[in-house]
Design a protein around this ligand. Structure first.
Ligand SMILES: Cc1cc2nc3c(=O)[nH]c(=O)nc-3n(C[C@H](O)[C@H](O)[C@H](O)COP(=O)(O)O)c2cc1C
Ligand code: SF4
Ligand code: SF4
Length: 247
């Protein structure tokens, strides 16, 4: 069973590729969180978790979801982190999670994908993103084939501790908030931002989105808006939106 959490589509893309090559089923953690569905998940094949790296760890909401759910059948798990540069020490936190869940870890690998954090590190032009995606493809296929063959993923050298240990809690305390989001006059009231938010943090009021206090900075609302009508303070003005998949 392949389970993914994804804001701008990178992890969903990788998860779908793995599922296709390993002939497995896919579950969207976004949809489960949205429905507050923490029901049991049973799988005979190894569990494959795919998610973005947020300041050197998996997103807290993904970690919390995995902790809450009862997984039956297999106890073997793979973890894949998509990132824009490096996963830092994500592997250390994945190992901790596996210990807590009594999972037998068959490996953690990272895949460098286009930067999706428009409200944080910014985004790159389309040509750059296309090149990054092309370069990522062989690694995604290799990972998927290793999972299909139920082999261990090759060990990757973990990055420095600074981001995962020190900056991660700082980022959650100081940066991760929906306060900066606003909708401009370009909004056509389609409701996709409300539908896409995995935490039900976006609500349309009189046809325009409003944001609540539950936000994990996944960027699904701003990046997936078909009218590019969402801004995050001044940080996002004039910046290209990155979203992999249909808007
Ligand atoms: C809140 C946040 C924090 C991030 N931190 C990191 C990081 O520490 N290292 C990195 O390489 N990329 C980082 N990124 C970039 C994402 O990991 C990358 O764009 C990822 O592929 C997005 O996956 P998704 O499209 O499935 O949401 C961060 C993105 C966000 C939104
Ligand atoms: S996705 Fe964009 S256009 Fe659609 S309601 Fe939200 S802000 Fe408006
Ligand atoms: S409000 Fe936007 S950025 Fe925050 S969790 Fe919802 S979709 Fe993601």
């Amino acid at each position: 069973m392949v389970l993914y959490f994804s804001g701008t589509g990178n992890s969903r893309y990788v998860a779908q590729k793995i599922a296709e090559i390993s002939c497995d089923d896919v579950i969207s953690i976004n949809q489960r969180l949205k429905a507050q569905d923490y029901g049991r998940i049973s799988s005979d094949k190894p569990l494959v978790f795919v998610g973005p790296v947020y300041a050197g760890r998996l997103p807290r909401v993904m970690d919390e979801y995995i902790k809450k759910v009862n997984f039956t059948g297999t106890k073997c798990a793979y973890f894949i982190g998509t990132c824009a540069q490096t996963p830092w020490m994500t592997v250390e936190y994945v190992e901790k999670l596996c210990k807590e869940k009594a999972f037998s870890l068959l490996g953690f690998n990272s895949v460098v994908m286009p930067q999706g954090y428009i409200a944080g590190g910014g985004t790159k032009p389309k040509e750059v993103n296309d090149k990054i995606l092309k370069e990522a493809e062989p690694k995604i296929i290799k990972i998927a084939e290793t999972i299909r063959d139920m082999k261990m993923l090759p060990k990757e050298q973990p990055g420095k501790a600074m981001m995962s240990k020190i900056l991660n809690p700082m980022m959650y305390a100081m940066m991760i908030s929906a306060k900066g989001f606003t909708a401009t006059d370009k909004c056509i009231g389609c409701g996709k931002c409300e539908t896409r938010c995995p935490l039900n943090n976006v609500k349309l009021v009189n046809g325009k989105p409003t944001w609540g206090k539950e936000c994990t900075h996944c960027m699904a609302c701003i990046a997936g808006c078909p009218a590019e009508a969402i801004e995050y303070g001044k940080k996002t003005q004039g910046k290209p939106r990155y979203f992999l998949g249909e808007k």
